[in-house]
Design a protein around this ligand. Sequence first.
Ligand SMILES: [Fe+2]
Length: 205
Amino acid sequence: MRIPQTVTELHGPRFTPDKFPPTDNIQLTDGHEAQGERIIVQGRVLDENGRPVPHTMVEIWQANAAGRYNLPRDTHDAPLDPHFRGTGRVFTDEDGGYRFITIKPGAYPWGNHENAWRPNHIHFSLFGPGYATRLVTQMYFPGDPLLALDPIYQCTADAQARERLIAAFDLAITEPNWALGYRFNIYLRGRHATPMEDEDGDHDH
Ligand SMILES: [Fe+2]
């Protein structure tokens, strides 16, 4: 069922590149490279019929290679990287495409239960035309042994839907002698929809 949007949902701040400058490289541009394994994360934002969704603001945030967030509340005993910002923002092109250059995030402990570690993951937020159209999810990496133990990943009950949260290694995105490439397509709705977090969910981990 499609819920009609009212004036409240359709007005307010618009997310456009002139107001929200894109930063597709989530390292700091201070002339130094961040520590860790350089990767390219690329994909498309698609609707329920596989049609591209252009002009969508895609933001990511993640831990550095050592598994530490550049946030005051992250007290994990792992080094901060002064050359790594840990956040990025792009807008999808006419083909729904987006691309980030980043560092593979490290796993980190999170105290949820005995010996609890989050798998390597990148947080994603997508904004359509306004606040009412925000979607939040997490992207994981193929073959991660922590996925089977992670309550956040496992809270998506449908096994097939869970797999849509795992990026695919892609040699076509990989750049020779430079960086491995991963493909992560995001389906907003429909049978192949990418599982999303609740609006009031815990985005900290
Ligand atoms: Fe996280």
